[in-house]
Design a protein around this ligand. Sequence first.
Ligand SMILES: [Zn+2]
Length: 252
Amino acid sequence: MEATEKALVLKVGRFREADAWVRLLTASRGVFTAFAFGGFRSRRRFLGCLDPLNLVLFTIGTDRKGAYQQLAEGSLLNGFKELKADSALLGQAANCIKFVEAIEPGQEDGRAVFDLLLETLETLERKRPAGDLFPILFRAKAAFELGFTPDLSRCTGCGTSLDETIRVTFSVENGQIACGACKSPEKPVDGLARQVSVGTLRTLDWIMRSGPSDWVGLGMAGEVRRQVFELVELFIAYHLGLQWEGGNYKKV
Ligand SMILES: [Zn+2]
């Protein structure tokens, strides 16, 4: 049975002379691999489609035994040409794609991650944001989309809302927040935790509620930037078991 679906191409490889394997992300399947037999020979069936960072409408089927997915044909919807021509933007896009490959969303999370990655690529290309924040914002937002949605506006212990003047402790392990009155040597915060500013929590809360098109023009500096980067990396290592190392995510 064949189905037609929009896919983002994450990676393409060659095997035998003219055949391709393609790592794809779609809304209904998440990340998976499919084969395009004769893909590098057939100009008609896959014209301009078999490159990373393409949005393609693929007709996807299975082989006769149902053992693997194969691509029957594709038509290119967006090749993100202007994005690929700018090395700074391309670097940020490639980082987001590596993260998607590492988290390997399945059917359940396919829709959320597909929509997030597509909007990210479209925003990078159309709005050409300055700075280098998109990868970290993407990782944080993806983590929120995968189901981690702590209440970052109040102390988990006493419910008091947080104001800028106090420092609080954030538990990476369970997303709980403790104000100074709730955190004491007798009542330690569970597991891996960091002292953070309320500004950092407000920034994370905003990332959770916003999307890539809202991120253009966002600046993040000093202590807030340092804490946001640290918390996002700690969270991803702790909950998703991934660490950025030597240009790739490694399982930790
Ligand atoms: Zn409290």
